[in-house]
Write a protein that binds this ligand. Structure first.
Ligand code: ASP
Ligand code: MG
Length: 413
């Protein structure tokens, strides 16, 4: 008998019919002898609808009041699911974050969980009840309702699993697992049976939207076995784990991530003196713009070029700041480019294999794709390329690293 935390996302509880289906699923697990704690999101679209309402009152709604309102989405779904379970003869009880006592800091709309009181839930489990908990919300020390940021129900699920020392945290969603890359771009993308927390974290921060990044961080920190599954299809899903060396056959690269969210800025002909990087990036960060990749060229003629990427939403802001820096420093010019994309290969196997980056560059060269910037970490190589080659690049890399699924005729299905 296991204790399982099951989290169902917005589309999985998007209608009353679906909530009934979720109840069936939970009942099945419970009939099999497991203890179940369920975490649910609001019905799909509901959180957006609520935020829209607030925006009709004010462009910048007071964060505390926004939290009071958006937290209602989850309060509806927990009650409906508990009703659906009880109707099926499954003893169940629903709790808001506040009732459990999910203690958070006071950073409204992006609060962090500080502590979870597991006692109430444990008592219910002992009494044979399924506990249904509202995702995405908590309460600060003063009793104010807080929310955890968009997609925050994942984090609630993982945090509860950690607090309850659950055997597994299952994230049910509208895909059947984590894929080697986005199947909409590469038809031959494959579901991964397993991926490490570190890899998943890279995939998530590089644009794969299956799980909230904070949930993955949390799961890694507390070693909560995490599994991504389809809500309404049978299948093993993808297990996200700590262990790396399960099999020698493990591929070097687990996935190809990409995003179109970045823009590139270059300041040319800046004096090559100590403090230049700080002079450029200091004001950028003071303007609250986050910088991702950075490249500074080797100087010649005592000047150098300096290039970095920012989120596209910050592009105009960053460009303005950079232009005034350029004037001050007497730099030659400022160039910007929003038609870029970042493509990354991710895999813990890189640690023990040489030549991974060059294999990546070879695959891109074969397609005549120019690399504008490169950055690496222990388990990732990222390149910036022209946006129009993004899909071609992802497909080429997917093939080069042998991630393509076998041809349709060869599969068992
Ligand atoms: N309902 C919240 C949102 O839409 C939280 C979640 O779904 O995880 O962001
Ligand atoms: Mg969600």
């Amino acid at each position: 008998m296991a204790l399982i935390v099951q989290k169902f996302g917005g589309t999985s509880v998007g209608t009353v019919e679906r909530i009934e289906q979720v109840a069936e699923k939970v009942k099945k697990f419970r009939d099999g002898g497991d203890d179940i704690v369920v975490v649910v999101s609001a019905m799909s679209g509901e959180t957006n609808r609520l935020i829209d309402l607030a925006k009709q009152i004010s462009d910048q709604p007071v964060p505390r009041e926004l939290d009071v309102m958006v937290s209602t989405g989850e309060q509806v779904t927990i009650a409906l699911l508990a009703m659906a379970l009880i109707k099926r003869g499954v003893p169940a009880v629903s709790y808001t974050g506040n009732q459990v006592r999910i203690l958070t800091d006071s950073a409204h709309t992006k609060a962090r969980i500080l502590q979870i009181d597991a006692q109430r839930i444990q008592r219910d489990i002992k009494a044979g009840r399924v506990v249904v908990v509202a995702g995405f919300q908590g309460m600060d020390e003063k009793g104010n309702i807080t929310t955890l940021g968009r997609g925050g129900s994942d984090t609630t699920g993982v945090a509860l699993a950690a607090a309850l020392k659950a055997d597994e945290c299952q994230i049910y969603t509208d895909v059947d697992g984590v894929y080697t890359t986005d199947p909409r771009v590469v038809a031959k993308a494959q579901r991964l049976d397993k991926i490490t927390f570190e890899e998943m974290l890279e995939m998530a921060s590089l644009g794969s939207k299956v799980l909230q990044i904070r949930a993955v961080e949390f799961a890694g920190k507390y070693s909560v076995p995490l599994r991504v599954l389809h809500s309404f299809q049978e299948g093993p899903g993808t297990l996200i784990t700590l262990d790396e060396e399960e099999s020698m056959e493990q591929p070097i690269i687990s996935g190809i991530a990409f995003n179109r969210d970045e823009a590139k800025l270059t300041i040319r002909g800046v004096p090559d003196t100590p403090g230049v990087a700080f002079k450029i990036l200091g004001p950028i960060s003071a303007a609250n713009v986050e910088v991702d990749m950075i490249v500074q060229n080797v100087a010649h003629d005592n000047t150098t070029d300096f290039t970095f990427t920012v989120h596209r939403n910050d592009y105009n802001n960053a460009l303005q700041v950079l232009q005034s820096i350029a004037n001050e420093m007497g730099a030659r010019e400022v160039i910007g480019d929003t038609d870029i994309a970042k493509v990354s290969i991710v895999g813990v196997g890189m640690r023990s294999h040489a030549g991974v980056a060059s294999r990546m560059f070879e695959a891109l060269a074969k397609e005549n794709i120019n690399i504008q910037m490169i950055s690496t970490s222990e388990i990732k190589v990222s390149v910036v390329i022209e946006e129009k080659y993004l899909e071609l690049a992802v497909r080429a890399l997917h093939t080069a690293f042998e991630l393509d699924a076998p041809a349709a005729g060869n599969t068992a299905e």
